[in-house]
Design a protein around this ligand. Structure first.
Ligand code: SAM
Length: 501
């Protein structure tokens, strides 16, 4: 019927015939194109292809973590991306929808440390906006403050270099070479490497989740290898000498080192809100810091100098080991050790061994810093209401060695404001001095003008003598006290019980 010789139907019959004849040809062309080496190649360098979408319906809809523990997963043949590297313009910006390899600084002097970077689009532009003087020279303390040493294992000081091989303990660690004061700068370290925490890899439906994870690890290894190959010989040697606690979970040698030693760097992916916004940074020295649940230092990212600055968060004795926290340390010892699993050690710090520490940390976690604002005109509460609470909490935090927490700084600020409202510039200035030493705090309050108790900045402060001078408040206080005394006499309510209302 379709192809009868009815002259009226002839034109569309011809078109249909042509389509049928051409169809196998089109089909062959399409398959041929997809099979070509061009389609399979995901060029690296300036153009690491578009981040492919997850196409497996079983893919978790959140960003998952790489595996830990012993694993031996093979990715079936044919899934390799066969990455190709191309040169890019070092002075140019990012390529849209592509990853960028770049160095910071681009033209370094021989004695200037260099970071090799593996960036998402947009990050290079953040650095380009930093202006001509970027990156600023590294700040260093006047006298060297640390050394890298072997950390004795179970055999303590008896552990010689020979025995060290059999009882490795924590491996290497950083130690203070002199007594350090709270807030002292210990060192600045421009990372050897800063790069993406993962790359988008297509998830073919034919792979299991474990195979996909392995594929993603393999792809990331290929990318980060490019950065390591770009390093100067001595930087490459320092990088490859770092500890690797991911030798058996499918991580390649470079990804393993990154997973063991990386600190996170924020602020280089403007507008990106989820956890992929941060990058992994690996440093020559700071990556040698061991973990403690009561850390005595804090590394702070300093974008203008493109470096981590390490600060003492409390006084540190000469010879003491320098530490920082790898995980959230306000939670219980069990939760901390679970989070530390990727680092392949069990923490034996004093807090982990003290059965009462969990309760103290739970209290620290639940208490915020009391604010002066609800108390300042509340004459039902005593003058030391805020300061007594603050002192208790500050002592609890110091007892647990958690001075790095933001709440510790917030408590000092409440103390400062407390004494300002009471008109006690002498006491207030002592807290201003303490706050000023918290060099590790992100966005600190400017207290410079309040360091001197005789400064006119006190009289100009909006809270100055607000509690001490409030005549109406004083009047109210008298009334409230009368009321409280009455209530107490009548056995209705005790004055301090009224404070809680
Ligand atoms: C970032 S590296 C720290 C430097 C490392 N010790 C070295 O020799 O280079 C992390 C590794 O150090 C070891 N480590 C860190 N803190 C530790 C601790 N508190 N107790 C035992 N081992 C620790 C673990 O092997 C961990 O995977």
């Amino acid at each position: 019927m379709l192809f009868s010789f009815n002259p009226l139907l002839l034109p569309w019959q011809i078109v249909l015939l042509l389509i049928l004849l051409l169809l196998p040809l089109l089909f062959r062309m399409k398959r041929g194109f997809l099979n070509s080496s061009k389609a399979k190649t995901r060029p690296l360098g300036p153009t690491l292809a578009k981040t492919p979408k997850l196409i497996n319906p079983n893919a978790p809809d959140k960003i998952d973590k790489f595996p830990i523990g012993k694993r031996n997963v093979e990715v079936p043949k044919g899934y390799d991306s066969n990455l190709k590297i191309k040169e890019c313009d070092p002075h140019g910006g990012s390529t849209p929808n592509a990853m960028t390899f770049t160095s910071v600084p681009i033209n370094a002097d021989d004695d200037q440390p260099i970071t090799e970077c593996f960036f998402f689009p947009g990050s290079k532009e953040v650095l380009m906006k930093m202006g001509r003087g970027f990156p600023k020279p590294l700040r260093q303390p006047a006298k060297p403050a640390f050394r890298l040493n072997e950390k004795p294992g179970m055999l303590g000081s008896l552990t010689s270099s020979f025995l060290f091989n059999f009882f490795p303990g924590m491996g290497m660690g950083l130690f203070a070479t002199r007594a350090l004061k709270t807030g002292d700068l210990i060192l600045s370290d421009r990372p050897l490497y800063v790069g993406a925490r993962g790359v988008g890899v297509a998830y073919p439906p034919s792979l299991t989740w474990e195979q996909y994870q392995q594929l993603a690890l393999n792809e990331l290894e290929k990318c980060v290898k490019v950065s390591v190959m770009r390093m100067r010989p001595e930087a490459k040697e320092a990088f490859m000498a770092l500890k690797n606690s991911h030798k058996e979970d499918g991580s390649g040698p470079i990804v393993g080192i990154i997973r063991t030693n990386a600190l996170s760097v924020d602020g280089l992916r403007p507008g990106v809100k989820d956890e992929t916004k941060s990058y992994s940074a690996v440093c020559k020295d700071i990556s040698r810091l061991n973990h403690s649940c009561s850390p005595n230092t804090q590394p702070c990212w300093n974008l203008p100098s493109f470096s981590f600055e390490l600060f003492a968060v409390r006084d540190i004795a000469a010879g003491e080991e320098l530490t920082f926290q790898y995980v959230d340390v306000e939670c219980s010892a069990a939760a901390r050790n679970k989070a530390l699993k990727p680092y392949d050690f069990v923490c034996t710090c004093a807090a982990c061994k003290d059965p009462k520490s969990d309760a103290r940390r739970a209290a620290i976690r639940s208490l915020g810093a009391p604010t002066v604002y609800t108390w300042v005109f509340n004459m039902m509460s005593p003058d030391d209401f805020v300061s007594a609470q603050c002192r208790r909490q500050l002592a609890l935090i110091a007892r647990e060695g958690l001075e790095h927490l933001t709440v510790y700084y917030d408590l000092m600020e409440s103390m400062l404001e407390n004494y300002i409202t009471l008109g006690d510039a002498q006491e207030a200035s002592e807290w201003a001095v303490k706050m000023d030493k918290c060099t590790w705090v992100d966005k600190p309050v400017d207290v410079k003008a309040l360091l001197d108790p005789t400064s006119s900045a006190y009289q100009k402060h909006p809270l100055w003598r607000k509690r001490a001078d409030g005549p109406r408040a004083r009047d109210l206080q008298g009334k409230m006290q009368e009321l409280a005394a009455l209530a107490n006499r009548d056995g209705i309510i005790r004055p301090y019980a009224m404070l809680m209302m």
